[in-house]
Design a protein around this ligand. Structure first.
Ligand code: COA
Length: 260
């Protein structure tokens, strides 16, 4: 499918999706949200894709938020649909069943921070800035920010970021557990490529089991969460990859995982 607002590129089993509206700092309008949702659905269905990297075009912004110009004219009913569209995309990313890495090279504000938080891992340039500035617009986060930020960084950090609207630098985002790693700006691509390569070589069905146990199991009480883990642990024993991984260890060789 031809996209107008995103770019799709493949390197081996790694698919990179780039939000491509640099003149608007990659702001998320409805069309972009819809294109991203379709692109993630395609990535989910394509067995050749084992890892997705999500980023924004240009050096300045990952994504500078939901499109303020579009929101300016919304009625409450349209705003509800917009929030639901954004949240649907974030859930599609979170529940992809394959690891998704956010490559954050610049501003990740509002919907951009929410988009990064829906990814499973975040690598940030030391030039990146994170924030939930919706309050400065008389708004609140609408693409899951109040919920995912609380889960990632705790209630105090979520309240601070959402109530002050003030942006934070990448090292502080790392301190708060919002990003996994901060690297020098010119090392960002290498760091993302290395991580993506590592994840692409990992057993895909085991990765899916881990994502399910941590993301879905993590939303339940401990008994249900542990049941998620046991189910996915047992399921791994039905895969060829589990036999390959354990045999390779015993035979002192590198495993080759097929996702079967
Ligand atoms: N929605 C729509 N357009 C946006 C946008 C957004 N979230 N963020 C930036 N843009 C547009 C600007 O309107 C401008 O467009 P124009 O050239 O047609 O006027 C263009 O992107 C460049 O942004 P600009 O503000 O000129 O860049 P800057 O370097 O002065 O400031 C930011 C950068 C990120 C600090 C600033 O753009 C900003 O505060 N953006 C909004 C962040 C926000 O509140 N996000 C949450 C939305 S819910």
């Amino acid at each position: 499918m031809a996209y107008r607002n995103i770019e799709v590129a493949n390197r081996g089993a790694i698919r990179t999706l780039t939000v491509n509206r640099p003149d608007k700092l990659n702001a998320l309008n409805r069309a972009t949200l819809n294109e991203l949702t379709i692109a993630f659905q395609q990535a989910a269905q394509d067995d050749a894709v084992r890892v997705v990297v999500l980023t924004g075009a240009g050096d300045k912004a990952f994504v500078a938020g939901a499109d303020i110009a579009e929101m300016n004219g919304y009625t409450p009913v349209q705003a509800q649909a917009f929030s639901e569209t954004g949240q649907r995309l974030m859930l599609a990313i979170e529940r992809l069943g394959k690891p998704v890495i956010a490559r954050v090279q610049g501003f990740a504000l509002g919907g951009g921070m929410e988009l990064a938080m829906a990814c499973h891992l975040r690598i940030a340039s030391d030039k990146a800035r994170f924030g939930q500035p919706e309050i400065n617009l008389g708004l609140i986060p609408g693409f899951g920010g109040t919920q995912r930020l609380t889960r990632l960084a705790g209630r105090a950090a979520a309240l601070e970021l959402c109530l002050t609207g003030a942006p934070i630098k990448a090292p502080r985002a790392a301190e708060l557990g919002i990003v996994n790693r901060v690297v020098e700006h010119d090392q960002l691509d290498e760091a993302v490529d290395t991580l993506a390569d590592q994840l692409a070589a990992a057993a895909p069905l085991a990765a899916a089991g881990i994502l399910d146990a941590i993301l879905n199991g993590g939303e339940c009480g401990i008994d249900q969460g542990l049941a998620y883990e046991t189910r996915n642990f047992a399921l791994a024993f039905s895969t060829e990859d589990m036999h390959e991984g354990t045999s390779a260890f015993l035979e002192k060789r590198k495993p080759e995982f097929k996702g079967e």
